[in-house]
Design a protein around this ligand. Structure first.
Ligand code: NI
Length: 178
């Protein structure tokens, strides 16, 4: 397993649509393992392939990882399809490893049903609720080249992206002086 570099917005791969996995091979399983390690290392609760420069429709998530008393609950998802959404919406303050240190409230369906392949290639279908529902929708968005800031008003998005640009510049300057 390896920790992979995470792409930071704006980046063309983050805007690209990922392609379905045709066959769940060892290479796909290795990618999922690397993505999980990268996500835990960051740390984050979800990561989509686009964010590590790969355009396969795969994502990993673990919404239990943040709480010290909770066991890790890694979920590996291949070729996800949303097969149902609740009318009820919920709003969470979202962030993204590709948009570091920026956060904003995003409203999404509170419950979603997702059909996907697991790492053995077996078809699965299950409900995601609460934080997991937000997380899985955020990650599926990534596979379609959509970032959480794309759900915001132009004004708010431009403000966050400007702050991000400033942060990256500051980090680069700090790097130069190190
Ligand atoms: Ni993200």
């Amino acid at each position: 397993m390896a920790v992979l570099p995470i792409l930071i917005a704006p980046h063309p791969t983050l805007k690209a649509k990922a392609k379905p996995v045709k066959e769940v091979t060892d290479a796909v399983r290795a990618l999922l393992d690397d993505m999980l390690e990268t996500m835990y290392d960051a740390p984050g609760i979800g990561l989509a392939a686009n964010q590590v420069g790969s355009l396969y429709r795969v994502l990993v998530m673990d919404c239990g990882a943040r709480e010290d008393d909770e066991q890790p609950r890694p979920i590996k998802i291949i070729n996800p399809q949303i097969t149902g959404v609740s009318e009820e919406l919920s709003s969470y303050e979202e962030g993204c490893l590709s948009i570091p240190e920026q956060f904003a409230d995003v409203e999404r369906p509170a419950v979603v049903r997702i059909k996907y392949l697991d790492e053995t290639g077996k078809a699965q279908e299950r409900l995601f609720e609460g934080l997991e529902a937000t997380c899985v929708q955020h990650e599926i968005d990534h596979l379609d080249g959509i970032l959480f800031v794309d759900h915001l008003s132009n004004l708010k998005r431009n403000m966050l992206m400007k702050k991000l640009k400033k942060l990256i510049k500051e980090r680069e300057e700090e790097g130069d002086h190190a």
